[in-house]
Design a protein around this ligand. Structure first.
Ligand SMILES: [Zn+2]
Length: 85
């Protein structure tokens, strides 16, 4: 995982994040991931931290930081496309 200057992206609801690249759940969506940016959608038993990866640009957010009043979720880093899936 690489560092990034982006601190937050928009969280409209628990299940509706909007990335800075304009991706959202009904576009490319988000994958369960880890700090290596691996797609864990098919291996949820390996999903230890509540991290999601934007399937379009690779930004990784920590869903446990979601703030629905502020409509933000904290970005923890990014991985570069192409992805492993
Ligand atoms: Zn994105």
């Amino acid at each position: 995982m690489q560092s990034t200057n982006t601190e937050f992206i928009k969280a409209i609801a628990e299940d509706w994040l909007e990335c800075e690249c304009r991706n959202h759940p009904e576009a490319c969506g988000f994958a369960l991931t880890d700090r290596d940016g691996r797609n864990l959608d098919n291996n949820p038993e390996l999903w230890i931290e509540r991290l999601y990866r934007c399937n379009q640009c690779g930004l990784i957010v920590d869903h446990s930081t979601i703030d629905l009043d502020a409509q933000t979720v904290r970005v923890v880093g990014r991985v570069a496309p192409p992805f492993d899936d």
